[in-house]
Design a protein around this ligand. Structure first.
Ligand code: CS2
Ligand code: MG
Length: 392
């Protein structure tokens, strides 16, 4: 079964998505997500100019060897562009292999370890009444775990709040640190002790500030505190850990197992945030999560809207088959995206399931995709109140 055709499809139904479609000489095809938010066309060029020519004529069954060829064979290792491109090839080959076997992909990864995947949804508000409404709305949709993001008095809307869609955000860590514990206190007294609550700091604090926040939030029993410091300084987590028992989640911007080496071995985190799409595909993320499992660290895969339905499906198949699955972020896509990518995964009573169709269970309607050309878009940036550029 040889790879005969490789197409890179760029479409922007509700936002930009990059999809690799591989087709074999016996007519089977597989999909892989290569979407890198705000830098999409860099991955398109990497795939079209460098990767696709290497794939044509290769045995589609040799997933591991192809992974090693694209990783080691390039000499220049790691990095988000390279690893998103490798992820797309890897995912598409797993999709093909499972379609050839006539099985849903999770069967090839070892079979189901559970009935469904606990998902968390996003709630946010500028103030408490708006936040409470948003939590109630997520609960009505079935979510059993909720990420809570809140506006900060004195600042314009910040990351994670619905009205924050702007090019430049404004940030002040002191105001945030003062305000956030009171938000969780109010949410706990309104919704009780049982509901799992999560929060994303989005890389904005120094290690000592993060330590203080983790400690201040302990009474409210968070499921996790995410990206409390910029993730590339792994050692910073030691200081945070010394001061708090609030569980920590890190890694949505990581792309290889090497990014996790110290924080996993030293047990500085509790959840691995990597997505299949940004971390070299199913093959490599499985490797990271098997390493993490030795330390009772679990998965908490990134599932924003900029991971396409193909990337989401890949996450669900892997999550179902992993023993150390923790939770899955789930941010439903818009109606136009769902028309372009027909999916078979389900969300019932707060649990996701990848479905029972062969392969990933996602098909790409290329004609529908063609209606939505690429639209250049950037992520926002974040500035302190004096104008200094800060982490977004
Ligand atoms: C995030 C994302 O889902 C999350 O936890 O941190 O919203 C992230 O900002 C985007 O995926 C960036 O592309
Ligand atoms: Mg995040």
């Amino acid at each position: 079964m040889l790879i005969d055709r490789a197409e890179v499809v760029v479409t922007s139904p509700d936002r930009n998505f990059v999809t690799l479609k591989l087709t074999t000489d016996d007519g089977l095809s597989g999909l892989g997500d290569a979407t890198l938010n705000g830098r999409e066309m860099a991955v398109v060029a990497y795939l079209r100019d460098h990767v696709v020519p290497m794939l044509i004529g290769r045995d589609a069954h040799r997933i591991e060897d192809t992974w090693q060829l694209l990783y080691r064979g390039a000499y220049w290792r790691r990095g988000p562009v390279t690893m998103a491109a490798i992820a797309a090839v890897d995912t598409a080959l797993w999709d093909i292999k499972a379609r050839a076997a006539g099985m849903p992909l999770y069967q090839l990864l070892g079979g189901a370890c559970r009935d469904g995947l606990l998902a968390y949804g996003h709630a946010s508000g500028q103030d408490l009444p708006e936040l409470f409404d948003s939590i109630r709305e997520r609960r009505a949709l079935g979510f059993r775990a909720i990420r809570v993001q809140s506006g900060v008095p004195g600042l314009p809307p910040v990351y994670g709040t619905a009205s924050a869609a702007r090019d430049v955000e404004v940030w002040d860590s002191r105001s945030y640190l003062r305000h956030l514990p009171s938000v969780f206190e109010a949410v706990r007294s309104e919704f009780g002790p049982q509901l799992p609550l999560l929060h994303d700091v989005h890389h904005r604090l120094t290690p000592i500030q993060a330590a203080r926040l983790g400690k201040a939030l302990e009474p409210y029993d968070l499921f996790w505190l995410e990206d409390c410091t910029p993730a590339e300084n792994q050692e910073a987590l030691r200081l945070v850990r010394q001061h708090t028992t609030t569980p920590l989640a890190i890694g949505e911007v990581f792309n290889t197992v090497w990014d996790y080496q110290q924080i996993v071995r030293e047990q500085l985190i509790d959840y691995v945030r990597s997505a299949v799409t940004h971390t070299g595909g199913i093959t490599h993320l499985r490797r990271i999560l098997d390493f993490a499992a030795q330390y009772q660290i679990r998965s908490g895969m990134h599932g924003p809207q900029d991971v396409s339905p193909v990337g989401m499906a890949a996450a669900l198949h892997l999550g179902l088959a992993l023993h150390n699955f923790g939770i899955q972020e789930y941010n439903p896509h818009g109606a136009r995206t769902d028309e372009v990518f027909r999916q078979s995964f389900t969300f019932t009573d707060g649990l996701l399931h990848p479905g029972s169709e062969p392969g990933l269970g996602v098909s790409l309607d290329v004609d529908e995709a063609g209606k939505y050309p690429y639209a250049r878009a950037y992520l926002p940036v974040n500035r302190l109140t004096d104008g200094t550029l800060h982490d977004w």
